[in-house]
Write a protein that binds this ligand. Structure first.
Ligand code: BG6
Length: 522
Protein backbone atom coordinates (compact mmCIF):
# COMPACT_ATOMS: atom_id res chain seq x y z
CA UNK A 1 0.00 0.00 0.00
CA UNK A 2 1.29 3.41 -0.91
CA UNK A 3 -0.19 5.81 1.59
CA UNK A 4 1.41 8.88 0.10
CA UNK A 5 -0.54 8.73 -3.14
CA UNK A 6 -3.52 6.95 -1.67
CA UNK A 7 -3.50 3.90 -3.92
CA UNK A 8 -2.26 0.40 -3.71
CA UNK A 9 -0.86 -1.78 -6.42
CA UNK A 10 -2.68 -4.77 -7.66
CA UNK A 11 0.34 -6.69 -6.52
CA UNK A 12 -0.44 -5.66 -2.92
CA UNK A 13 -3.82 -7.16 -3.28
CA UNK A 14 -2.47 -10.37 -4.81
CA UNK A 15 0.51 -10.72 -2.53
CA UNK A 16 -1.03 -13.15 -0.04
CA UNK A 17 -2.36 -15.28 -2.90
CA UNK A 18 0.65 -15.20 -5.10
CA UNK A 19 3.85 -14.63 -3.17
CA UNK A 20 5.88 -15.42 -6.31
CA UNK A 21 4.60 -12.49 -8.27
CA UNK A 22 7.20 -9.79 -8.74
CA UNK A 23 5.79 -6.51 -7.39
CA UNK A 24 7.41 -4.63 -10.30
CA UNK A 25 5.42 -6.67 -12.81
CA UNK A 26 3.27 -4.15 -14.70
CA UNK A 27 1.34 -6.56 -16.87
CA UNK A 28 -1.98 -6.24 -15.10
CA UNK A 29 -3.81 -2.99 -14.39
CA UNK A 30 -3.51 -1.57 -10.90
CA UNK A 31 -6.50 -1.25 -8.61
CA UNK A 32 -7.58 2.22 -7.53
CA UNK A 33 -7.27 3.03 -3.85
CA UNK A 34 -10.05 4.34 -1.60
CA UNK A 35 -11.78 7.18 -3.43
CA UNK A 36 -14.97 8.95 -4.47
CA UNK A 37 -15.85 10.38 -7.85
CA UNK A 38 -18.14 13.39 -7.87
CA UNK A 39 -19.90 13.75 -11.19
CA UNK A 40 -21.17 17.15 -12.35
CA UNK A 41 -23.48 16.97 -15.35
CA UNK A 42 -25.17 13.64 -14.62
CA UNK A 43 -27.94 14.04 -17.15
CA UNK A 44 -25.71 14.64 -20.18
CA UNK A 45 -25.12 12.11 -22.94
CA UNK A 46 -21.50 11.65 -22.06
CA UNK A 47 -22.20 10.79 -18.42
CA UNK A 48 -24.91 8.31 -19.30
CA UNK A 49 -23.29 6.67 -22.30
CA UNK A 50 -19.64 6.68 -21.30
CA UNK A 51 -18.78 7.71 -17.74
CA UNK A 52 -21.34 5.71 -15.74
CA UNK A 53 -20.92 2.48 -17.76
CA UNK A 54 -17.13 2.82 -17.53
CA UNK A 55 -17.33 3.09 -13.74
CA UNK A 56 -19.44 -0.06 -13.62
CA UNK A 57 -17.06 -1.90 -15.99
CA UNK A 58 -14.12 -0.96 -13.78
CA UNK A 59 -16.00 -2.26 -10.74
CA UNK A 60 -16.84 -5.44 -12.61
CA UNK A 61 -13.20 -5.96 -13.54
CA UNK A 62 -12.29 -5.66 -9.84
CA UNK A 63 -10.36 -2.43 -10.39
CA UNK A 64 -12.30 -0.22 -7.98
CA UNK A 65 -11.93 -0.51 -4.22
CA UNK A 66 -14.89 -2.07 -2.39
CA UNK A 67 -15.75 1.24 -0.68
CA UNK A 68 -15.73 3.29 -3.89
CA UNK A 69 -18.36 6.06 -3.96
CA UNK A 70 -20.06 7.84 -6.83
CA UNK A 71 -21.75 11.14 -6.07
CA UNK A 72 -24.05 12.83 -8.58
CA UNK A 73 -24.58 16.58 -8.40
CA UNK A 74 -27.36 18.27 -10.38
CA UNK A 75 -30.36 20.58 -10.19
CA UNK A 76 -32.88 17.77 -9.82
CA UNK A 77 -35.24 16.91 -7.06
CA UNK A 78 -33.79 13.43 -6.61
CA UNK A 79 -32.98 11.19 -3.68
CA UNK A 80 -29.94 8.86 -3.75
CA UNK A 81 -32.23 6.13 -4.97
CA UNK A 82 -33.43 8.12 -8.00
CA UNK A 83 -29.89 8.81 -9.09
CA UNK A 84 -28.97 5.17 -8.54
CA UNK A 85 -31.76 4.25 -10.94
CA UNK A 86 -30.38 6.58 -13.61
CA UNK A 87 -26.97 5.01 -13.20
CA UNK A 88 -28.49 1.54 -13.25
CA UNK A 89 -30.34 2.20 -16.52
CA UNK A 90 -27.32 3.71 -18.20
CA UNK A 91 -25.15 0.80 -17.08
CA UNK A 92 -27.68 -1.81 -18.25
CA UNK A 93 -27.85 -0.16 -21.64
CA UNK A 94 -24.20 0.68 -22.27
CA UNK A 95 -21.91 -1.48 -20.13
CA UNK A 96 -19.21 -3.40 -21.99
CA UNK A 97 -18.80 -6.27 -19.54
CA UNK A 98 -21.69 -8.50 -18.48
CA UNK A 99 -24.18 -7.09 -15.98
CA UNK A 100 -23.74 -8.79 -12.62
CA UNK A 101 -26.11 -8.19 -9.75
CA UNK A 102 -23.44 -8.50 -7.06
CA UNK A 103 -21.15 -5.94 -8.76
CA UNK A 104 -24.10 -3.61 -9.13
CA UNK A 105 -25.18 -3.99 -5.48
CA UNK A 106 -21.69 -3.21 -4.28
CA UNK A 107 -21.46 -0.13 -6.50
CA UNK A 108 -25.00 1.03 -5.71
CA UNK A 109 -24.30 0.98 -1.97
CA UNK A 110 -21.81 3.84 -2.57
CA UNK A 111 -24.06 5.98 -4.76
CA UNK A 112 -25.21 9.35 -3.40
CA UNK A 113 -26.94 12.35 -4.88
CA UNK A 114 -26.64 16.01 -3.99
CA UNK A 115 -29.39 18.25 -5.36
CA UNK A 116 -28.46 21.80 -6.15
CA UNK A 117 -27.69 24.49 -8.63
CA UNK A 118 -24.13 24.70 -9.93
CA UNK A 119 -24.09 28.33 -8.83
CA UNK A 120 -25.52 27.84 -5.33
CA UNK A 121 -22.97 28.01 -2.51
CA UNK A 122 -25.31 26.12 -0.14
CA UNK A 123 -25.33 23.12 -2.50
CA UNK A 124 -21.55 22.84 -2.20
CA UNK A 125 -21.89 22.83 1.59
CA UNK A 126 -24.29 19.95 1.26
CA UNK A 127 -21.82 18.20 -1.11
CA UNK A 128 -19.14 18.71 1.51
CA UNK A 129 -21.25 16.99 4.14
CA UNK A 130 -21.94 14.10 1.76
CA UNK A 131 -18.29 13.46 0.93
CA UNK A 132 -17.36 13.76 4.61
CA UNK A 133 -20.01 11.16 5.42
CA UNK A 134 -18.57 8.89 2.71
CA UNK A 135 -15.08 9.32 4.10
CA UNK A 136 -16.45 8.07 7.42
CA UNK A 137 -18.77 5.32 6.30
CA UNK A 138 -17.16 3.99 3.08
CA UNK A 139 -13.56 4.79 3.94
CA UNK A 140 -12.97 7.02 0.90
CA UNK A 141 -10.25 8.68 3.00
CA UNK A 142 -10.62 12.21 1.63
CA UNK A 143 -9.64 11.18 -1.92
CA UNK A 144 -12.06 13.00 -4.21
CA UNK A 145 -12.11 13.39 -7.99
CA UNK A 146 -14.43 16.07 -9.38
CA UNK A 147 -15.54 15.17 -12.89
CA UNK A 148 -16.83 18.21 -14.80
CA UNK A 149 -19.00 16.86 -17.58
CA UNK A 150 -20.77 20.20 -17.95
CA UNK A 151 -21.06 22.94 -20.60
CA UNK A 152 -17.75 24.82 -20.71
CA UNK A 153 -19.53 28.06 -19.85
CA UNK A 154 -20.15 26.61 -16.36
CA UNK A 155 -16.50 25.71 -15.64
CA UNK A 156 -15.66 29.04 -13.93
CA UNK A 157 -18.69 28.87 -11.63
CA UNK A 158 -18.02 25.31 -10.51
CA UNK A 159 -14.28 25.84 -10.09
CA UNK A 160 -14.85 28.96 -7.99
CA UNK A 161 -17.30 27.14 -5.74
CA UNK A 162 -15.00 24.15 -5.35
CA UNK A 163 -12.37 26.58 -4.17
CA UNK A 164 -14.46 28.77 -1.89
CA UNK A 165 -16.20 25.81 -0.25
CA UNK A 166 -12.84 24.22 0.53
CA UNK A 167 -13.77 21.09 -1.45
CA UNK A 168 -10.78 21.53 -3.75
CA UNK A 169 -8.29 21.21 -0.91
CA UNK A 170 -7.59 17.95 0.84
CA UNK A 171 -5.85 19.51 3.82
CA UNK A 172 -3.84 16.35 4.41
CA UNK A 173 -0.70 15.00 2.71
CA UNK A 174 -2.24 11.53 2.70
CA UNK A 175 -5.25 12.35 0.60
CA UNK A 176 -5.81 13.96 -2.78
CA UNK A 177 -8.28 16.15 -4.70
CA UNK A 178 -8.32 15.99 -8.50
CA UNK A 179 -10.36 17.63 -11.21
CA UNK A 180 -11.32 16.07 -14.53
CA UNK A 181 -12.18 18.45 -17.36
CA UNK A 182 -13.95 17.45 -20.52
CA UNK A 183 -13.24 19.30 -23.75
CA UNK A 184 -13.62 21.74 -25.37
CA UNK A 185 -10.79 23.47 -23.51
CA UNK A 186 -11.70 26.93 -24.72
CA UNK A 187 -12.73 27.92 -28.25
CA UNK A 188 -9.47 29.61 -29.22
CA UNK A 189 -6.06 30.35 -27.75
CA UNK A 190 -7.17 33.32 -25.66
CA UNK A 191 -10.10 31.52 -24.03
CA UNK A 192 -8.01 28.36 -23.45
CA UNK A 193 -5.37 30.44 -21.68
CA UNK A 194 -8.05 32.07 -19.57
CA UNK A 195 -9.48 28.69 -18.63
CA UNK A 196 -6.04 27.38 -17.75
CA UNK A 197 -5.39 30.34 -15.47
CA UNK A 198 -8.68 29.68 -13.76
CA UNK A 199 -8.01 25.97 -13.25
CA UNK A 200 -4.47 26.69 -12.09
CA UNK A 201 -5.82 29.04 -9.43
CA UNK A 202 -7.85 26.22 -7.90
CA UNK A 203 -5.92 22.98 -8.49
CA UNK A 204 -2.16 22.36 -8.75
CA UNK A 205 -1.11 21.20 -12.28
CA UNK A 206 -0.58 17.58 -11.17
CA UNK A 207 -4.22 17.38 -10.05
CA UNK A 208 -5.75 18.51 -13.35
CA UNK A 209 -6.80 15.77 -15.77
CA UNK A 210 -7.95 17.01 -19.19
CA UNK A 211 -9.77 14.28 -21.02
CA UNK A 212 -8.99 13.56 -24.65
CA UNK A 213 -10.64 10.17 -24.85
CA UNK A 214 -8.67 9.21 -27.97
CA UNK A 215 -5.58 8.86 -25.79
CA UNK A 216 -7.42 6.23 -23.76
CA UNK A 217 -7.91 4.03 -26.82
CA UNK A 218 -5.67 0.97 -27.03
CA UNK A 219 -5.16 1.47 -30.76
CA UNK A 220 -3.95 5.02 -30.21
CA UNK A 221 -1.46 3.91 -27.57
CA UNK A 222 -0.41 1.23 -30.03
CA UNK A 223 1.04 3.91 -32.31
CA UNK A 224 3.85 4.37 -29.80
CA UNK A 225 4.22 0.63 -29.23
CA UNK A 226 4.55 -0.15 -32.94
CA UNK A 227 6.84 2.74 -33.70
CA UNK A 228 9.22 2.31 -30.80
CA UNK A 229 9.22 -1.43 -30.08
CA UNK A 230 10.09 -2.52 -33.61
CA UNK A 231 13.03 -2.24 -35.93
CA UNK A 232 11.44 -2.40 -39.33
CA UNK A 233 9.20 0.66 -39.46
CA UNK A 234 11.28 3.47 -37.99
CA UNK A 235 13.89 3.60 -40.80
CA UNK A 236 11.06 4.42 -43.23
CA UNK A 237 9.32 6.93 -40.94
CA UNK A 238 10.59 10.13 -42.52
CA UNK A 239 10.54 12.42 -45.53
CA UNK A 240 12.92 10.19 -47.51
CA UNK A 241 10.22 7.54 -47.84
CA UNK A 242 6.91 9.04 -46.80
CA UNK A 243 4.91 10.93 -49.39
CA UNK A 244 2.09 12.09 -47.10
CA UNK A 245 0.23 11.21 -43.93
CA UNK A 246 -3.57 11.07 -43.88
CA UNK A 247 -5.47 11.15 -40.61
CA UNK A 248 -9.18 10.50 -41.01
CA UNK A 249 -11.93 10.49 -38.42
CA UNK A 250 -15.18 9.77 -40.21
CA UNK A 251 -18.54 9.30 -38.53
CA UNK A 252 -21.69 8.10 -40.21
CA UNK A 253 -23.94 9.65 -37.57
CA UNK A 254 -25.19 13.24 -37.66
CA UNK A 255 -25.21 15.47 -34.61
CA UNK A 256 -28.13 13.56 -33.06
CA UNK A 257 -29.47 15.30 -29.98
CA UNK A 258 -26.30 17.34 -29.44
CA UNK A 259 -27.31 20.58 -31.19
CA UNK A 260 -26.78 22.59 -28.01
CA UNK A 261 -23.19 21.45 -27.75
CA UNK A 262 -22.27 21.26 -31.43
CA UNK A 263 -23.68 24.45 -32.94
CA UNK A 264 -20.96 27.10 -32.82
CA UNK A 265 -18.29 24.46 -32.10
CA UNK A 266 -18.01 22.42 -35.33
CA UNK A 267 -15.69 19.67 -36.51
CA UNK A 268 -12.48 21.65 -36.15
CA UNK A 269 -12.98 22.54 -32.48
CA UNK A 270 -14.80 19.33 -31.60
CA UNK A 271 -12.29 16.76 -32.82
CA UNK A 272 -9.43 18.17 -34.92
CA UNK A 273 -8.13 20.51 -32.20
CA UNK A 274 -7.78 17.58 -29.82
CA UNK A 275 -8.12 14.00 -31.14
CA UNK A 276 -6.60 14.49 -34.59
CA UNK A 277 -3.75 16.72 -33.48
CA UNK A 278 -2.92 14.16 -30.80
CA UNK A 279 -2.84 11.46 -33.48
CA UNK A 280 -0.55 13.67 -35.55
CA UNK A 281 1.73 14.23 -32.55
CA UNK A 282 2.02 10.50 -31.77
CA UNK A 283 2.69 9.67 -35.43
CA UNK A 284 5.28 12.38 -36.00
CA UNK A 285 7.08 12.70 -32.65
CA UNK A 286 10.61 11.52 -31.91
CA UNK A 287 11.30 8.62 -29.56
CA UNK A 288 10.77 9.72 -25.94
CA UNK A 289 13.49 8.85 -23.46
CA UNK A 290 10.88 7.03 -21.38
CA UNK A 291 7.10 6.63 -21.36
CA UNK A 292 6.71 8.83 -18.32
CA UNK A 293 4.13 11.60 -18.66
CA UNK A 294 6.79 14.30 -18.81
CA UNK A 295 8.95 12.59 -21.40
CA UNK A 296 6.10 11.74 -23.77
CA UNK A 297 4.58 15.18 -23.45
CA UNK A 298 7.96 16.81 -24.11
CA UNK A 299 8.16 15.05 -27.48
CA UNK A 300 4.54 15.83 -28.34
CA UNK A 301 5.06 19.49 -27.49
CA UNK A 302 8.18 19.58 -29.68
CA UNK A 303 6.38 18.24 -32.70
CA UNK A 304 3.27 20.40 -32.22
CA UNK A 305 5.54 23.43 -31.87
CA UNK A 306 7.08 22.52 -35.24
CA UNK A 307 3.73 22.45 -37.05
CA UNK A 308 3.60 25.45 -39.35
CA UNK A 309 0.40 27.40 -39.86
CA UNK A 310 -1.10 26.95 -43.32
CA UNK A 311 0.15 29.67 -45.64
CA UNK A 312 -3.18 29.82 -47.45
CA UNK A 313 -6.47 28.98 -45.78
CA UNK A 314 -8.17 28.80 -49.20
CA UNK A 315 -5.73 26.22 -50.49
CA UNK A 316 -5.00 24.23 -47.36
CA UNK A 317 -8.32 24.00 -45.56
CA UNK A 318 -11.82 22.91 -46.47
CA UNK A 319 -15.10 22.88 -44.58
CA UNK A 320 -18.62 21.69 -45.23
CA UNK A 321 -22.07 20.93 -43.82
CA UNK A 322 -23.97 17.73 -44.50
CA UNK A 323 -27.00 18.10 -46.72
CA UNK A 324 -30.25 16.16 -46.50
CA UNK A 325 -30.07 12.89 -48.39
CA UNK A 326 -29.87 9.16 -47.99
CA UNK A 327 -27.55 7.14 -45.86
CA UNK A 328 -27.58 3.37 -45.80
CA UNK A 329 -30.94 3.46 -47.59
CA UNK A 330 -32.51 5.71 -44.95
CA UNK A 331 -33.49 9.35 -45.52
CA UNK A 332 -31.55 11.72 -43.27
CA UNK A 333 -31.94 15.41 -42.46
CA UNK A 334 -29.41 18.00 -43.47
CA UNK A 335 -27.48 19.77 -40.70
CA UNK A 336 -29.49 22.96 -41.14
CA UNK A 337 -32.74 21.05 -40.63
CA UNK A 338 -31.62 19.27 -37.46
CA UNK A 339 -33.59 20.04 -34.30
CA UNK A 340 -32.08 22.93 -32.42
CA UNK A 341 -29.89 24.15 -35.30
CA UNK A 342 -30.52 27.56 -36.79
CA UNK A 343 -31.22 27.36 -40.55
CA UNK A 344 -28.50 30.02 -40.90
CA UNK A 345 -25.88 28.19 -38.83
CA UNK A 346 -22.36 28.42 -40.26
CA UNK A 347 -20.96 25.66 -38.08
CA UNK A 348 -18.97 23.12 -40.10
CA UNK A 349 -19.72 19.41 -39.75
CA UNK A 350 -16.72 18.52 -41.91
CA UNK A 351 -13.23 19.98 -41.87
CA UNK A 352 -10.03 19.05 -43.66
CA UNK A 353 -6.66 20.74 -43.38
CA UNK A 354 -3.13 20.30 -44.64
CA UNK A 355 -0.40 20.86 -42.07
CA UNK A 356 3.37 20.70 -42.36
CA UNK A 357 5.88 19.76 -39.70
CA UNK A 358 9.03 21.81 -40.02
CA UNK A 359 11.64 19.32 -38.88
CA UNK A 360 14.39 17.45 -40.69
CA UNK A 361 12.35 14.25 -40.38
CA UNK A 362 9.19 15.64 -41.95
CA UNK A 363 10.20 18.55 -44.20
CA UNK A 364 8.02 18.53 -47.33
CA UNK A 365 5.62 15.80 -46.13
CA UNK A 366 2.03 17.04 -45.99
CA UNK A 367 -0.10 15.86 -43.09
CA UNK A 368 -3.75 15.84 -44.18
CA UNK A 369 -6.34 15.78 -41.40
CA UNK A 370 -10.05 15.36 -42.05
CA UNK A 371 -13.05 14.78 -39.83
CA UNK A 372 -16.74 14.85 -40.47
CA UNK A 373 -20.22 13.68 -39.60
CA UNK A 374 -22.56 11.82 -41.96
CA UNK A 375 -19.69 10.46 -44.01
CA UNK A 376 -19.60 7.13 -45.85
CA UNK A 377 -18.92 5.01 -42.79
CA UNK A 378 -17.54 5.17 -39.28
CA UNK A 379 -13.78 4.86 -39.44
CA UNK A 380 -10.76 6.43 -37.81
CA UNK A 381 -7.32 5.72 -39.21
CA UNK A 382 -3.82 7.08 -39.59
CA UNK A 383 -2.35 6.22 -42.99
CA UNK A 384 1.32 6.66 -43.81
CA UNK A 385 1.44 6.79 -47.61
CA UNK A 386 4.87 6.04 -49.08
CA UNK A 387 6.57 7.46 -52.15
CA UNK A 388 6.68 5.54 -55.41
CA UNK A 389 9.61 3.19 -55.94
CA UNK A 390 12.29 5.24 -57.72
CA UNK A 391 12.33 2.81 -60.64
CA UNK A 392 9.85 0.11 -61.73
CA UNK A 393 11.40 -2.51 -64.00
CA UNK A 394 7.99 -3.64 -65.32
CA UNK A 395 5.85 -2.92 -68.36
CA UNK A 396 3.60 0.01 -67.59
CA UNK A 397 0.58 -2.23 -68.20
CA UNK A 398 1.79 -4.64 -65.50
CA UNK A 399 1.74 -2.04 -62.73
CA UNK A 400 -1.48 -0.25 -63.56
CA UNK A 401 -3.07 -1.63 -60.42
CA UNK A 402 -0.16 -0.77 -58.17
CA UNK A 403 -0.59 2.34 -56.05
CA UNK A 404 1.53 3.72 -53.23
CA UNK A 405 2.60 1.47 -50.41
CA UNK A 406 0.81 2.36 -47.21
CA UNK A 407 0.98 1.57 -43.52
CA UNK A 408 -2.33 2.17 -41.78
CA UNK A 409 -3.17 2.25 -38.09
CA UNK A 410 -6.82 1.25 -38.01
CA UNK A 411 -7.90 3.02 -34.84
CA UNK A 412 -11.55 1.94 -35.07
CA UNK A 413 -13.91 0.24 -35.52
CA UNK A 414 -11.99 -2.61 -37.16
CA UNK A 415 -8.99 -2.31 -34.85
CA UNK A 416 -5.63 -3.32 -36.23
CA UNK A 417 -3.01 -2.44 -38.81
CA UNK A 418 -2.99 -2.75 -42.58
CA UNK A 419 0.12 -2.80 -44.72
CA UNK A 420 -0.53 -2.27 -48.41
CA UNK A 421 2.07 -3.28 -50.99
CA UNK A 422 2.31 -4.68 -54.51
CA UNK A 423 2.37 -8.40 -55.16
CA UNK A 424 2.43 -10.67 -58.22
CA UNK A 425 -0.94 -11.67 -59.55
CA UNK A 426 -0.94 -15.47 -59.87
CA UNK A 427 -1.49 -17.18 -63.21
CA UNK A 428 -0.42 -14.30 -65.38
CA UNK A 429 2.27 -14.78 -68.02
CA UNK A 430 4.01 -11.49 -67.32
CA UNK A 431 4.93 -10.09 -63.91
CA UNK A 432 1.58 -8.46 -63.23
CA UNK A 433 1.61 -6.55 -59.95
CA UNK A 434 -1.37 -5.50 -57.91
CA UNK A 435 -1.99 -3.95 -54.49
CA UNK A 436 -2.57 -6.43 -51.68
CA UNK A 437 -3.19 -5.90 -47.98
CA UNK A 438 -1.59 -7.60 -45.03
CA UNK A 439 -3.84 -7.25 -41.99
CA UNK A 440 -3.28 -7.48 -38.28
CA UNK A 441 -6.56 -7.67 -36.38
CA UNK A 442 -6.59 -7.17 -32.64
CA UNK A 443 -9.32 -9.76 -32.25
CA UNK A 444 -7.23 -12.47 -33.96
CA UNK A 445 -4.13 -12.00 -31.87
CA UNK A 446 -5.43 -11.09 -28.44
CA UNK A 447 -8.12 -12.82 -26.44
CA UNK A 448 -9.10 -9.84 -24.29
CA UNK A 449 -11.41 -7.27 -25.82
CA UNK A 450 -10.08 -3.74 -25.47
CA UNK A 451 -11.51 -1.74 -22.59
CA UNK A 452 -13.39 1.43 -23.44
CA UNK A 453 -11.19 4.53 -23.46
CA UNK A 454 -13.17 5.93 -20.51
CA UNK A 455 -12.42 2.89 -18.35
CA UNK A 456 -8.71 3.42 -18.74
CA UNK A 457 -8.89 7.17 -18.25
CA UNK A 458 -11.14 7.12 -15.17
CA UNK A 459 -8.92 4.48 -13.60
CA UNK A 460 -5.86 6.61 -14.34
CA UNK A 461 -7.51 9.62 -12.69
CA UNK A 462 -8.16 7.58 -9.54
CA UNK A 463 -4.59 6.26 -9.62
CA UNK A 464 -3.18 9.73 -10.30
CA UNK A 465 -1.43 8.48 -13.43
CA UNK A 466 -1.01 11.36 -15.90
CA UNK A 467 0.62 10.09 -19.15
CA UNK A 468 -2.63 9.83 -21.11
CA UNK A 469 -3.86 13.34 -20.36
CA UNK A 470 -2.84 16.35 -22.45
CA UNK A 471 -1.23 19.24 -20.63
CA UNK A 472 -2.21 22.82 -21.20
CA UNK A 473 0.84 23.43 -23.44
CA UNK A 474 -0.51 20.86 -25.91
CA UNK A 475 -3.97 22.39 -25.79
CA UNK A 476 -2.59 25.87 -26.41
CA UNK A 477 -0.38 24.72 -29.27
CA UNK A 478 -3.44 23.14 -30.88
CA UNK A 479 -5.23 26.48 -30.83
CA UNK A 480 -2.17 28.31 -32.13
CA UNK A 481 -2.20 26.03 -35.16
CA UNK A 482 -5.91 26.30 -35.84
CA UNK A 483 -6.86 29.83 -34.79
CA UNK A 484 -5.86 31.47 -38.11
CA UNK A 485 -8.08 29.06 -40.04
CA UNK A 486 -11.00 29.45 -37.65
CA UNK A 487 -10.65 33.24 -37.75
CA UNK A 488 -10.75 33.24 -41.54
CA UNK A 489 -13.79 30.96 -41.58
CA UNK A 490 -15.50 33.30 -39.14
CA UNK A 491 -15.17 36.11 -41.67
CA UNK A 492 -16.38 34.05 -44.60
CA UNK A 493 -19.89 32.98 -45.54
CA UNK A 494 -21.50 29.58 -45.12
CA UNK A 495 -19.66 26.29 -45.54
CA UNK A 496 -20.19 24.21 -48.69
CA UNK A 497 -22.85 21.51 -48.50
CA UNK A 498 -21.82 17.88 -49.01
CA UNK A 499 -23.85 14.77 -49.64
CA UNK A 500 -24.71 12.65 -46.61
CA UNK A 501 -23.04 9.28 -47.00
CA UNK A 502 -20.20 10.73 -49.10
CA UNK A 503 -16.68 11.80 -48.15
CA UNK A 504 -16.96 15.56 -47.81
CA UNK A 505 -17.23 18.61 -50.06
CA UNK A 506 -15.44 19.08 -53.40
CA UNK A 507 -12.99 21.56 -51.84
CA UNK A 508 -11.56 18.73 -49.70
CA UNK A 509 -10.66 16.81 -52.85
CA UNK A 510 -9.31 19.92 -54.55
CA UNK A 511 -7.15 20.62 -51.50
CA UNK A 512 -5.31 17.32 -51.68
CA UNK A 513 -5.27 17.01 -55.46
CA UNK A 514 -3.59 20.38 -55.75
CA UNK A 515 -0.55 18.68 -54.18
CA UNK A 516 -0.75 15.75 -56.62
CA UNK A 517 -2.14 13.44 -53.90
CA UNK A 518 -5.48 11.68 -53.40
CA UNK A 519 -7.48 10.75 -50.33
CA UNK A 520 -7.33 7.14 -49.36
CA UNK A 521 -10.71 5.49 -49.41
CA UNK A 522 -10.83 4.02 -45.91
C1 BG6 B 1 -16.20 13.23 -29.27
C2 BG6 B 1 -16.90 14.27 -30.11
O1 BG6 B 1 -15.02 13.76 -28.73
O2 BG6 B 1 -15.88 12.11 -30.07
C3 BG6 B 1 -18.10 13.69 -30.80
O3 BG6 B 1 -17.31 15.35 -29.28
C4 BG6 B 1 -17.75 12.42 -31.53
O4 BG6 B 1 -18.66 14.64 -31.69
C5 BG6 B 1 -17.01 11.47 -30.62
O5 BG6 B 1 -18.95 11.82 -31.99
C6 BG6 B 1 -16.54 10.23 -31.37
O6 BG6 B 1 -15.86 9.38 -30.50
P1 BG6 B 1 -15.44 7.92 -30.97
O7 BG6 B 1 -14.68 7.37 -29.82
O8 BG6 B 1 -16.69 7.19 -31.30
O9 BG6 B 1 -14.58 8.13 -32.20
Amino acid sequence: MNLADGHYNETDHLAPLNPLRDPRDQRLPRIAGPSALILFGVTGDLSRKKVMPAIYDLANRGLLPPGFALVGFARRDWADQDFAEIVHDSVREHCRTPFREDTWRQLASGIRFVAGDLADAAAYESLKRTVAELDETRGTQGNHAFYLSIPPGMFPTVLEHLKSSGLAESGSPNSWRRVVIEKPFGRDLASAQKLNRLVDAVFPPGSVFRIDHYLGKETVQNILAVRFANMMFEPLWNANYVRNVQITMAEDIGIGGRAGYYDGIGAMRDVIQNHLLQLLALTAMEEPISFSADDVRAEKVKVLSAVTRPTSVEKHASRGQYAAGWQGGIPVKGFLEEDGISPHSRTETFAAIRLDVATRRWAGVPFYLRAGKRLGRRVTEVAIVFKNAPHLPFDSSSVQELSNNAFVFRIQPDEGITVRFGSKVPNTSSLQVRDVNMDFQYGDSFVDTSPEAYERLILDVLLGDPPLFPRHEEVELGWKILDPILDRWEEEGSPEQYASGGWGPPSAYEMIERDGNTWRRP
